[in-house]
Design a protein around this ligand. Structure first.
Ligand code: AMP
Length: 528
């Protein structure tokens, strides 16, 4: 078996790895690190959770150990699609480079330009950035990319989803032709293939297969949900969510609730708080300090429930999350796997409960087709929402009966494999699993968020990316009072994606390694 010392990493890096507690390299590390150390381009097809971050940070630290950065000219560049992922990469550098003198800067939206400029002015070895913020700095003349020797593109498929590919292409055109490129993507969509063919030179290709077994430590359930009336659907769904949370009783030590839309992240979080739950939202429209504070609280165990959008929570490595709840079934099946992978980490048990309304059934079929299994159904714990006087259904409205939703004919889709496990057929609502506590008091229908109960225009979590060069029509107000140039925000959409993108074979990985440093909160930005 390959050990870290077989990988030709420098002794100081090896010491840091040992102190982190890693025993053996993960497959992507074993394959990518030696080739990266030889100066080869890497094309890594791997999901978060496979150890891919260390597979590029470790060789970079060894390669950059010699040499010094010049003012405004970083020697390496790591591009990540979201602020949180960029911060996570920066935390990885902190851990692995602690015995090496390397300076670094984190360029992400929501952080003052002035402070970031000061770091860059001094000269940094490693610049970790979201694409938008990097280009903003470049356009303000504060940054030169002509000394970049190593460039990393992390989570390229997510960059594609978020419309960052033109920015990535532009950044490629600004760094030297002779640079080394380390490129990572979970899937190889046609557009990603094109980029790699254009910008990578004879890359060493490393592909890490999906880790199907990780999900075995996660108990998964679907709670079918049908509102009594369409105009009450949203508030009844929130009541159903509370019933699900209550149903978990003390087993729920902390959890993440995923919503497909930002507007629901806010509505659900607000509603839970109103009902006395310890919950806070995280999505791309919140300012960075708020997002960081909320995540730190959650990591530290000071916040029980995080209500999140896919993008804001993607790739986040928070240990010991007891539960994941899906307020909606995600519209992209792979996101289901990412979401539930937030629980059951590092060999711990986890539970994932998905509320599935009639409108979500098609998405659920996609999820089950991807998983190649039927997820067991469980009934909504407790009684159905008791309508209060002001929200009572009209006389002709059907009775709410969320405990026993009507069986619905399930569309058979060609790619859905026949169920092979012992789970109940999808058309029935089973009784709750045996460990579910006794029914709780009937959750009340709330009227407070009535404005969300009507169909609404979906908001997206990403602003239009075109700007400056071609004229930017709409952008969010600058988050940074010191900004002198138009500010590109790296907020992003959650669930609206390009329909035309090629869909590569999903490579699904859910991390089950959990080093100690992850238990500490990450720093927002750092110097060496
Ligand atoms: P990543 O895929 O980079 O998001 O990493 C997923 C998790 O695996 C992180 O918590 C890493 O710290 C951890 N990890 C990375 N490499 C190793 C390793 N060789 N052994 C154990 N855990 C690791």
């Amino acid at each position: 078996m390959t050990t870290f010392s077989d990988l030709k990493l420098g002794p100081k890096v090896l010491r840091a790895i040992e102190e982190t507690g890693y025993e053996t390299p993960t497959p992507i590390q074993a394959q990518a690190i030696p080739a990266a150390l030889e100066g080869r381009d890497i094309l890594g097809i791997a999901q978060t959770g496979t150890g891919k971050t260390a597979s590029f940070t470790l060789p970079m630290i060894s390669l950059l150990a010699r040499g010094r950065a010049k003012a405004r000219m970083p020697r390496s560049l790591v591009l990540a699609p979201t602020r949180e992922l960029a911060a996570q990469v920066a935390a990885n550098f902190d851990t692995y480079a602690k015995h090496v003198k390397l300076t670094k800067a984190l360029l992400i939206g929501g952080v003052s330009f002035k402070e970031q400029d000061q770091l860059i002015d001094k000269g940094v070895d490693v610049l970790i950035a979201t694409p938008g913020r990097l280009l903003d700095h470049f356009e303000r003349g504060k940054l030169l990319l002509t000394d970049v020797k190593i460039m990393v593109v992390d989570e390229a498929d997510r960059m594609l989803d978020m419309g960052f590919i033109p920015d990535i292409e532009r950044i490629f055109s600004l760094v030297p032709f002779t640079r080394q490129t380390l490129f990572f993507s979970a899937t190889m969509a046609a557009e990603i293939e094109r980029i790699t063919n254009t910008f990578l030179s004879n890359p060493h290709r490393v592909e890490v297969a999906r880790q199907a077994t990780a999900s075995e430590s996660i108990d998964q359930f679907v709670v079918p949900f049908e509102p009594s009336r369409r105009d009450r659907a949203a508030s009844e769904k929130r009541a159903a969510l509370r019933a699900v949370l209550d149903g978990e009783g003390d087993k729920l030590t902390n959890g993440i609730i995923f919503c497909n839309r930002k507007i629901d992240v806010d509505a659900v979080s607000k509603s839970l708080k109103k009902h006395g739950y310890d919950a806070a939202p995280i999505h791309g429209d919140l300012d960075q300090s708020q997002r960081t504070a909320t995540l730190d609280q959650f990591r530290a165990g000071d916040l029980k429930i995080l209500v999140a959008s896919d993008v804001a929570a993607r790739g986040l490595d928070v240990p010991s999350v007891s539960h994941v709840f899906n307020f909606d079934v995600p519209s992209h099946a792979e996101d289901y796997v990412h979401r539930i992978g937030r629980t059951g980490r590092a060999g711990r048990d986890g539970k994932a409960i998905t509320i599935c309304s009639t409108a979500d059934e098609r998405n659920l079929e996609d999820v089950e087709a991807l998983l190649e299994k039927t997820i067991p159904r469980m009934a909504l714990p407790g009684k159905t929402p008791v309508p209060s006087a002001d929200t009572a259904p009209a006389a002709d409205a059907p009775e709410a009966d969320a405990e026993a939703p009507k069986p619905r004919a399930r569309r058979t889709r060609s790619r859905a494999k026949p169920a092979t496990d012992e789970a109940a057929p999808a058309t029935t609502a089973e009784t709750a699993p045996s460990e579910a506590p006794a029914p709780q008091a009937a959750p009340e229908v709330e009227a407070v968020d009535a404005d969300h109960d009507t169909p609404r225009v979906e908001t997206t979590e990403r602003e239009p990316r075109s700007r400056g060069r071609g004229g930017r029509s709409s952008r969010k107000p600058a988050e940074d009072s010191q900004a002198t140039a138009p500010v590109r925000d790296d907020t992003r959409r959650d669930d609206t994606r390009r329909d035309d993108r090629g869909r590569g074979k999903p490579v699904v990985g859910m991390g089950d390694h959990m080093p100690t440093f992850i238990e500490k909160s990450f720093e927002e930005r750092m110097t060496g």
